[in-house]
Each structure stands twice: as C-alpha cells, then as structure tokens.
Design a protein around this ligand. Structure first.
Ligand SMILES: Nc1nc2c(c(=O)[nH]1)N[C@H]1C(S)=C(S)[C@@H](COP(=O)(O)OP(=O)(O)OC[C@H]3O[C@@H](n4cnc5c(=O)[nH]c(N)nc54)[C@H](O)[C@@H]3O)O[C@H]1N2
Ligand SMILES: Nc1nc2c(c(=O)[nH]1)N[C@H]1C(S)=C(S)[C@@H](COP(=O)(O)OP(=O)(O)OC[C@H]3O[C@@H](n4cnc5c(=O)[nH]c(N)nc54)[C@H](O)[C@@H]3O)O[C@H]1N2
Ligand code: SF4
Ligand SMILES: [Mo]
Length: 704
C-alpha cells in the first residue's frame, strides 16, 4: 500500500478562493479540510469543499463525448465528435451567416484557469457576435458602472472589509454566499472583526438573512427600491454639506450635477415607496458619515433587478462623495498579480450599445448580448435568427429567466453542442456533449477573483489527480474546436500553448513580475503568497481618457426618468400581488452541485418562505403545498411560514428543478426541487444594462 500524501490547492467552486489541505492515498481522498497555512483563508472552508471528492468520484459524470441518436445517447470518439461539430458549425454559418451560431458561457468558466484563458481565442474562432453568458443574469451592472465611471468594465471597487468601520450591505448575503465581487474567505470572521474593533454593519434586504442576523442593524426594504434609498443617502450627504472627496478632489467630474439630481430624492420623498422611515434613512446617512471609514457594498439584490444599473452607479457615488473611495476601509481596487487590465489602454471603454439584439433591441456590452433575449433570438424567424448553439459550462434552462421557454427554444435548434460534465436540463438538448475534466483533475489559478479580492494574494494549484487517458480538459476541447474552425495545422506551434505557459507569461509581465513573480515561484509556495492589504492605486489603475472619475455618466442621466416614474407611482400588480425573490443555500452552488449526496441529504430545502400574516390571509398552513403563478409560468412548492421575510414578499431557492426527464444526475433527482426560473420573466430586465431582473417578480399564490 502506498503512503498518505498531502496536496494543497484552492477550492474553485465559489469566489472565496479558500485554501484546502487534501490528504489522499493513491486515487482515494482521505480528508479535505481548510489549509491553516493559506495566508488568505487561514484554515476556513465551507461544507461544499468536501464535495470536491464527490464530483471527482461521481458515477454520473461524463468522461467521454456522447451523441444523441434515435436510439438514445451513444459514446463517440473525440475525433469523430470534433469533426462532426466543426463541419456542422461551418455549414450552418455558410448557409445562414456567422451569427446563426450562438454561444452561452456559464459560471464555472470564471472558476477555471483553462477556460478563462482559452475562451477568448475560442470565441474569436467562432466569429459570431451572438454571445451570451450568466454575467447578464448576475453582475452586468457592476461592469457597466466600472466601464463608465473608471474606464474599464473589470475595474470594480471592492469593500475593504478588513479595515472598514462601517459596512452597509445592500442585497447581499455573504454569510451564505461566501461573498461575491468581494473575494473574502471566512466572511463571518471578517464581519465579526468589524464589530470587535467597534465598527457597525447594516444590512438592507427584504429578507432577514443570516447576514442580517449577525449585523448590528437590519432594514427591510421593498424589492427593487434600492436606487431610491441610495439617492436619499446621497441627498443627505449633500444637504449636510458633508461631501468629502479627500485625495480625489481634482479627480472627479460631475459632482455638481449629482448634487442637483439628488435634491429631488429627500428621505421624506422616498420613504413610503422604499418602505423605510425617513428618520431611519437620515440616521443611516449620519452613521455612515460619522464613521472613520465606511463602505457601501451592493450585490445580487441590487444588480438583478429592474434598476440594477442605477444601483451600482449610485453605490460608487455614495462611496466616492463620503470620502471612502480608494482609501483604507472604503471601496478599493485590488492589484492582482495576473492583471486583466494589463493591455487596457486609457480611453478605451467597452462598446456599449454598439449592437442591439434583433428582436427586443437590448444593448450589446463587453462582447455580449443579455441572456434574457436568447430564447426569442432562437425562436423568432427572420434574417439573423440563431440556428445553432454551443453552451460551455452553463445550465441556462435552470439559471436564466423564463428557463422553460429556453428549453423549448433549445429543442427547436438545428444543432446544439454542450461542453459540460453532466447530462442535465440544458445539455439534454445537445446533439453532442463534450465533457471536460473538472475540480481536482485540473490545475487552478483564479484569473478573475484575484481582481475582486479584499487582499492581494496569489496562488497556483497543480492538478491533484492526473486525468484518465480518455479524458480531455475543457481548455483542450476549446482549443481543438478553435484550431479546427480556423483550419490551423496540427503541427502549428500554437497547438503547444497551455494555460501554464500563458499564466507564467502574465505573472512575469504583471505588477510583481520585476520582483520575481512567476509560475515557478508559485509552485515553490503551495499555500499561496500574501502580497498585502489593498493599497490606494486609483491614479495608476484608472482607465478613463482624462484620468478622472466620471461621477455622472450620460447613460445614468438618461435612465433616471424611469426611476422617477416609480417614485411617483409604484407599480401594483393586482393579478400577481406578491413579489418573489430568490435565495442561496449554504450547501448548493447554483444548479450543478446537487449531485453530491453529502450536500443534498436532509429535508427538502426548496421551499417557499411566506410571512405569517400573508399565510394567515391566504389560509395557508406550515408545510402546505401551494401553486405559484407568474405572468410566464407556474410551479408547485411547499410553504415555510416565517417572519424573516417581508410581508408581501416570498422567497424560494435559485438553482433547483432537477426533476426533468432525460437527465443523468441521479443523486440530484432524489431531491429535485422546482425551478424559480420557471416563474421569473425574461421580459423583466434592467432596461439600461439588459441584466435579468429576477428580484421582485410579481406572483400569485393559491393553495394547491
Ligand atoms: N432566479 C435566479 N436565477 C439566477 C440567479 C439567482 O440568484 N436567481 N443567479 C444567477 C447567477 S449569479 C449565476 S452566476 C447564474 C449561473 O448560471 P449558469 O452558469 O448557467 O449555471 P450553473 O449552475 O453555474 O451551471 C454550471 C454548468 O456547468 C457544468 N459544470 C460544472 N463544472 C464544470 C466544469 O468544470 N466544466 C464544464 N465544462 N462544465 C462544468 C454544470 O454541469 C452545469 O451545467 O445563475 C443565475 N440565475
Ligand atoms: N452557497 C452558495 N454560495 C454561492 C452561490 C450559491 O449558489 N450558493 N452562488 C455564487 C454566485 S454565482 C453568486 S453571483 C454569489 C451571489 O452572492 P450574494 O449576492 O451575496 O448572494 P444572494 O444570496 O443572491 O444575495 C442577494 C440578497 O439580496 C436580497 N434581495 C433580493 N431582492 C432584493 C432587493 O430588491 N433589494 C435588496 N436590497 N435586496 C434584495 C436577497 O434576499 C438576498 O439576501 O453567490 C455565490 N456563492
Ligand atoms: S466558501 Fe467557496 S471557495 Fe471556500 S470552500 Fe466553500 S465553496 Fe469552496
Ligand atoms: Mo453568479
């Protein structure tokens, strides 16, 4: 028997980048636990990390290509699969134009070194502008704000949670999600440290979440009214004459215009619509202004709503005018060792609205169209219709608004391919599924999340287990398709490029390259290297043409009248009197981790939370099944009665609904749940950015 070994790596399931210590013998895992010597996560991990073992051993996971035939799914060789796919893509593009082929990229791409590096050439080789991703069901408003205010969509400020004295959390539940656009392993520990040093945390959320419960104050807000709250806070800063730009005094354009607009939004004017008293809003502004350092952090609750664009712009404005920007304890910019902005020239904003979708005319941004338009672009006949699709590590049937409509659309495609590890609700519509390696079989480096991290650190993880001979890594699949699409010869030197070659080059050319940063150096430091806390660096990092922050970009001026209308007359939907919001669960990540028995065991978590007074009025009792209807769909679900949810609002988990025929996730099927996205409506978007508006979906409830 061979000896026991220890392997160190970062978990790549969510954004927290926790360091893990894995003991193993041959190909058997003995234990997975937090790595005490990881300088960033210092031993922290959540329960999902243990499931890396389950994904590695999962009998349902695909390892070789399969093809759909009249007599069911059949294994085919990699070479046959690539030949067929490239031939089909080329013939469809020849017949219907390049854009007849569309791409959808899902969330795990952002958590994979190989995918992060090989998607760009892959997309280029397909030559289509019809690109979609989960970003437009998530954080698009963050990118749009960064693009217009700081000159680059990836230049996103993160809350300096480790030094702040006051943290205002709007629409985020980091205790459960482990932080997003804020890479911060052990958020609970970091939040408690704020309180220990005498600081305060306030959470604004229509639900009393676990984050709200450990905060010092929780304010229930009506869904989708955050932009009004933010404007009222900004109003208070001006009305108290407390604007303080500190070192950015000469670096901010548009301050007077913001002051003028904010006048309209006094706490009294917004209080009723927002659902928070004027005096409470005033006190909140005063608390923020009184703190030595403070930061407002807004996330999914603020971005996936009909005013997502405005919310993320206003969040930045609030941090800037209170003197909490690019400064310790405020909102700051990381300086990652792999700098995604290395080649970004000042003055080169991303194209916004350079193209518009064919049917609904929603804007193109950063090389993508909003995923809320994908179904109609497939289903609406005419010039430019999408006929073929490739999904890469995405499950849009469960993750996109009006998911069931997307399923119908996929069923009508001429040809579909999925690069995915499971036969699931999306990939079952594919003609061919190409499975990549995953998790412990891959090397890892967080290309993206180091750019959103609350501390500058750097770490590389080698693969733990070698892949089997018949397996391919995702990046190898992407590369093979690209090479064949472009007819690049098999002996071309480009064929030899690996993620490690690119990573090493980027590390050497990055901000710490001159101090010896390289892949080799990271291999010598398997626990990772601490570079230090975030430093003020806006002057060097900003990418606007004049080097200044644009506090009031034109796109937001144009969008404000939409918000004014809501303030004058908040929408009341008589047919659908409740507002639905989603929730995340500690033991599941989006739609795909539910095939781990250890994560899914226990009682059904896919329940609808209803306020006790609403339940009483509807005549619903604890555990009863109800039907929930929206303008686009219907589900049946079990009720949990609680006063942790605001009256008039109901919540159910996102990422569930594994009850569909023809899929192979046998463990997930034992606890299928229902899909929230059979209720969310692809027609509800933030009209500014095109981001899906999940929050506040109008629904009706009746006893089943
Ligand atoms: N109503 C509602 N909808 C939401 C949300 C919400 O809060 N509410 N959240 C949104 C957010 S934030 C996001 S990010 C999206 C996520 O949307 P998606 O990215 O579409 O969904 P995932 O569940 O992440 O899908 C991951 C897919 O990748 C596959 N996969 C997993 N690992 C690998 C791998 O290593 N390689 C490959 N090739 N495939 C792999 C899985 O089998 C699965 O099919 O959902 C969004 N949808
Ligand atoms: N365990 C676990 N962790 C995850 C994931 C997961 O699925 N499971 N997914 C990962 C992904 S892809 C992402 S993007 C992140 C997301 O990370 P977070 O944004 O922290 O996660 P959410 O739980 O979506 O938090 C959104 C919060 O907004 C609230 N909310 C809803 N509508 C509104 C509104 O109109 N206004 C306000 N103020 N609040 C509102 C909800 O009640 C919820 O508490 O989590 C990541 N981490
Ligand atoms: S918090 Fe995220 S990165 Fe950390 S162990 Fe859990 S899933 Fe992995
Ligand atoms: Mo996400």
């Amino acid at each position: 028997m061979s000896e026991t070994n220890t392997h160190y790596r970062n978990c790549n399931i969510c954004e927290a980048m926790c360091g893990l210590e894995i003991t193993y013998q041959d190909k058997k895992i003995i234990a997975i636990k937090g790595d005490q010597h990881d300088p960033f996560s210092q031993g922290y991990n959540c329960p999902k990390a243990l499931a890396l073992e389950d994904f590695y051993n999962d009998k349902d996971r695909l390892k070789t290509p399969i093809k759909r035939t009249n007599s069911g799914w059949q294994a085919i060789s990699w070479d046959d699969a690539f030949s067929e796919i490239v031939e089909k893509f080329k013939s469809i593009q020849q017949q219907h134009g390049k854009n007849a082929l569309a791409v959808y990229l899902g969330n795990p791409n952002a958590h994979s070194l190989g995918n992060a590096l090989f998607l760009k050439p892959f997309l280029k080789s397909l030559g289509t502008i019809n690109r979609f991703s989960s970003a437009s069901a998530d954080q698009l408003p963050h990118h749009v704000a960064a693009n217009y205010m700081f000159g680059a969509g990836m230049l996103i400020p993160v809350p300096d949670i480790d030094r702040t004295d006051f943290m205002l959390i709007i629409g985020a539940n980091p205790v459960v999600s482990n932080g997003s656009m804020m890479t911060a392993p052990n958020v609970i520990g970091r939040m408690k440290a704020i309180q220990k040093r005498g600081g305060k945390i306030v959470v604004v959320d229509p639900r009393r979440t676990r984050t709200a419960k450990i905060a010092d104050q929780h304010l229930f807000i009506r869904p989708e009214k955050d932009a009004l709250l933010l404007l009222a806070l900004i109003h208070c800063v001006f009305s108290r004459n407390k604007v303080n730009l500190r070192h950015l005094e000469q670096q901010v354009d548009g301050l007077d215009d913001v002051a003028r607009i904010a006048k309209t939004y006094s706490p009294e004017a917004v209080a009723e619509v927002v659902g928070i008293d004027a005096s409470t809003i005033e006190a909140l502004a005063d608390d923020m202004l009184a703190a030595d350092s403070a930061v407002c952090y807004s996330r999914m609750g603020a971005s996936t709503q009909t005013f997502g664009g405005l919310c993320l712009w206003l969040t930045n404005v609030l941090n800037i005018i209170t003197g909490n920007f690019d400064r310790a304890g405020g909102a700051m910019f990381p300086q990652p060792a792999f700098d995604l902005l290395r080649n970004h020239k000042p003055g080169h904003k991303s194209s916004f609205g350079q193209h518009h979708t064919r049917v609904r005319k929603l804007p193109f941004f950063n090389g993508e169209f909003p995923v809320a338009t994908l179904a109609e672009e497939i289903q609406t006949p005419g010039q430019g219709q999408i006929k073929s699709l490739i999904t890469v590590a995405g499950n849009p049937v469960l993750s996109s608004p009006s998911g069931h409509q997307l399923a119908q659309a996929f069923a009508g495609l001429d040809y579909m391919v999925s690069i995915d590890i499971y036969l699931n609700e999306t990939t079952k519509y594919a003609d061919i599924i190409l499975p990549g390696t995953t998790g412990l079989e891959n090397s890892h480096f967080d290309v993206f999340f180091n750019s959103f991290s609350v501390r500058n650190t750097v770490k590389y993880s080698a693969p733990l287990f070698e892949k089997q001979a018949e397996q391919r890594a995702d990046w190898q699949i992407l590369k093979e398709i690209s090479m064949r699409m472009l007819n690049i010869a098999t002996d071309d030197p480009m064929q030899n490029i690996t993620p490690e070659i690119i990573l090493d080059m980027e590390l050497k050319k990055g901000p710490y390259g001159e101090q010896g940063m390289s892949l080799q150096k990271l291999i010598y430091h398997p626990h990772g290297i601490d570079i230090g806390p975030l430093m003020p660096c806006l002057a060097e990092r900003i990418k606007t043409a004049n080097g200044k922050i644009d506090l009031f970009p034109q796109v937001y001026r144009d969008d404000l009248p939409r918000l004014q209308k809501v303030m004058a007359q908040p929408a009341r939907d008589i047919a659908y009197p409740f507002e639905l919001i989603g929730r995340r669960l500690v033991k599941s990540h989006n739609t795909w981790t539910q095939n781990s028995a250890r994560l899914i065991k226990g009682k059904n978590p896919c329940t609808l939370e209803v306020h006790s007074q609403d339940a009483h009025a509807l005549g619903i009792t604890q555990g009863q099944r109800v039907t929930v209807n929206s303008a686009v769909g219907q589900i049946e679900i079990e009720v949990v009665i609680t006063d942790d949810i605001q009256q008039g609002v109901v919540t159910m988990p996102q990422g569930w609904g594994h009850n569909q025929q023809g899929t192979n996730m046998s463990v997930a099927a034992t606890q299928p749940g229902v899909s929230i996205n059979d209720l969310t409506d692809a027609n509800r978007v933030d009209m500014l950015t095109g981001n899906a508006a999940f929050n506040g979906t109008p629904v009706a409830i009746k006893v089943a």
